[in-house]
Design a protein around this ligand. Structure first.
Ligand SMILES: [Zn+2]
Length: 363
């Protein structure tokens, strides 16, 4: 099934590797059980592994699988960091908290969205939700009732026409910044906080809010050149969170809100919600909160995979040959299961983590 791959074949296998590596590193483990099961009846959970003094003034935190299937990469990064001895590299005043599979249902089902067809990284917006009239123009073509050569051609034509009329940047914004009106559509942000959102907000209160200094990294894949890891922040240059990121990780930090990132300026992100929560209580903290976005395949292939996956769960059947073909293409769009790609993502992650820990040690 995955004979030549270097990454796990399933969420359950990734979870088992993570838990084993965390345990071997001496981590204390807890789980937040998800109410649903995986496609093979397996249990789903957000797992939390911690090393270091409980409640230490400084926190080094990393999340994986905010976008379900992207969790193969984040899980592998977390697992490798344990295996490579991050426990020994932690200063005495710092606690490590790794949060595995923020969206475990999507991870297990091979989807980017969660059990509510919600893009979790758009779900942290609060009402009144932002409008997205550009998405409304694209929706019917992007979510056809049938998945045929003709419907795919119509979707490509509609996207081409939108680009011709409004430009490519407007197309990317319309498609991917999030929409809050079409629950059967793409990049749907939802109308209320989903299970992962509510669970993560609880984790923010317990694990992040009490600290004096925080370095937080959320791992993603699917945007950018193959193997390139873009470090990005929701905040713009001048904001303390962005400036601390530059100070600790270097000047190639990109900003989604300033338009310098491979990602559009999306609304309702988990990282943005964390930053808002931490700034809401007025407590002075040193906070660095960034994502690493690893490139995989061309953007139009990723977009086509997302459309097919969305059709599959709205109108198709995952347990058919076509369903399995769409699932394989989703995995190929968000994970390059090859040794050279794995090596470069681990090398980049180790460098950024090392710099984040050095930065934490200076405050
Ligand atoms: Zn992502």
């Amino acid at each position: 099934m995955n004979a030549t791959g270097v990454f796990p074949a399933s969420y359950a296998e990734a979870r088992a590797r993570f838990l084993a590596a965390a345990d071997a590193a001496g981590a204390v483990l807890e789980s937040e059980a998800h109410p649903l099961k995986g496609p093979n009846g397996e249990a789903l959970a957000i797992d939390i592994a911690r090393i270091g003094p409980a409640g230490a003034p400084k926190l080094f935190a990393m999340t994986s699988g905010t976008h379900g299937i992207e969790g193969y990469t984040g899980s592998a990064v977390q697992t490798r960091l344990f295996e490579d001895g991050i426990a020994e590299a932690l200063p005495e005043d710092t606690e490590l908290v790794f949060i595995h599979a923020v969206n475990p249902w999507g991870f297990a089902h091979g989807r980017r969205v969660n059990e509510d067809n919600v893009d979790l990284n758009r779900n942290f917006a609060t009402a009144p939700f932002p409008e997205n009239p550009g998405y409304e123009k694209l929706h019917a073509a992007l979510v056809p009732p049938e998945w045929t050569e003709a419907s795919r051609a119509a979707a490509r034509a509609a996207q081409g026409a939108f680009v011709a009329e409004h430009g490519f940047a407007a197309f990317v914004a319309a498609l991917s910044t999030g929409q809050y009106t079409r629950r059967d559509g793409l990049f749907y942000g939802g109308q209320e906080p989903t299970w992962s959102n509510r669970t993560m907000r609880g984790i923010f209160e317990r694990e992040f809010v009490p600290r004096d200094a925080i370095a937080f990294i959320d791992i993603h894949t699917g945007l950018g050149e193959r193997g390139a890891g873009e470090v990005l922040c929701t905040e713009a240059p001048g904001h303390p969170v962005f400036e601390l990121g530059v100070k600790w990780l270097g000047s190639d930090l990109r900003s989604t809100s300033a338009g310098t990132s491979v990602s559009a300026d999306v609304r309702g992100t988990m990282k943005g919600a964390l930053i808002d929560r931490l700034s809401a209580d007025g407590k002075p903290r040193q906070t660095m909160a960034i994502s690493i976005e690893y490139g995989t395949v061309a953007a139009d292939r990723v977009g086509a995979a997302l459309q097919a996956d969305n059709w599959l769960y709205q109108h198709g059947d995952p347990k058919t040959p076509l369903g399995r073909e769409i699932a394989r293409e989703m995995r190929a769009a968000f994970l390059i299961d090859e040794a050279d790609w794995a090596a470069t993502i681990h090398e980049q992650a180790a460098r950024h983590v090392g710099n984040a820990l050095k930065g934490l040690a200076t405050v």
